[in-house]
Design a protein around this ligand. Sequence first.
Ligand code: PMT
Length: 398
Amino acid sequence: MLRGKKIVLGVTGGIAVYKSVDLVSRLRKQGAEVRVVMSEAATKFVTPLTFQEISGNAVAVSMWNEKHEFRVEHIALAEWADLLLVAPATANIIAKAANGIADNLLSTVLLAAPKPMIFCPAMNTNMLLHPATQENLNKLRKFGYIIMEPGSGPLACGTTGAGRLPEPAEIVEFVRYYLATQEGDLRGKNILVTAAGTREPIDPVRFVGNRSSGKMGYAVAQAAAERGAKVTLISGPSAITPPPNVEVINVETTFEMMEAVLQRFTDTDIVIKAAAVADYRCHEIAKQKIKKTGDDALVLVLDKNPDILKRLGELKTKQVLVGFAAETQNLLENAAQKIKKKNLDMIVANDVTLPGAGFNYDTNVVKFIFPDGKITTFEKMSKLAVANTLLDEIKTLI
Ligand code: PMT
């Protein structure tokens, strides 16, 4: 998303300016071209020369320099940019941008640019929470500008609270996601992904579960978000860090997953159910940890869980429904039966007896199966590649 993008980075005077140097470097590594405009105050923290060397472009600071790179610099910079990013954005530049004040080069560029703008506020907590700053931030939102919420933690002024500039990697991710929501091929789509296995408690410390790590579902969520979709990931317990820019809902049991899925189904365009859902739950959950007795066997009575995907198949109106099937035998027959029984638009069948396929691997070996009997077979791929190939296919079904 950043390849070839022209970004004007406005840098204003706060201690977090040092992070902007790394930000420029990261943006460039992702293929963006960056021109830095600094406020006078910012130059007290880091010299323009540093930004010039990192960005590979001259740095603009003042309206009144004899040596301008462009003839009417504020207009030329505003026209050149695809996107304007202000990081760190002080209370001062936020106030200027919100009120149309153009009294230095950066504030003038901002006023002259009818382009997408992202502000990353960074300041002392009291300054951030002051009604004037909050009102100014709301004005910027009303103008259609994007505000990246500051982080919380120890601040340079010695206090702890909201107002930290997010880490450069997080800002780059935020910008990438913003661009994906504007230009990605799945922009505007609400996609619901389920991942990992559900667990059914036996007693307070034990459960019935399966080997799903969540890797397949998390890869689908990541790929969909990177392509601009609004993604909700409903996940059973998993050790994986969720991908950025995805709303995560953690659940444990099949009933919890069903409730979370059904609540969001109406507004969803595409459902991808990569979760390995527990088909049975304990008839009774022991209130206390079950102790060993003299008997050789412990008998657990299991009740059948509802089939979430089958329920969605009954409810579906406009939604594209995609299931997964992990099989150890009769892959094609079993998967084809599931398409019919659950009223699916397609199913991703993985033969989990193959090396590198299914549970907990970083790769998978899949076949896409369709209601008309069409089957597409793929070689072993990373789970992220499976996810992107699947999303390509789903696009043709929308
Ligand atoms: O998480 P990983 O370690 O990366 O492993 C990935 C995976 C192997 C778990 C994944 O690729 C996969 O195949 N998931 C589906 C597992 C499965 O066998 O599902 P199933 O055959 O029990 O169910 C078929 C479909 O119905 C699935 O989409 C499932 O989410 C859904 N289902 C099943 C039972 C149930 N009660 N409700 C459901 O919604």
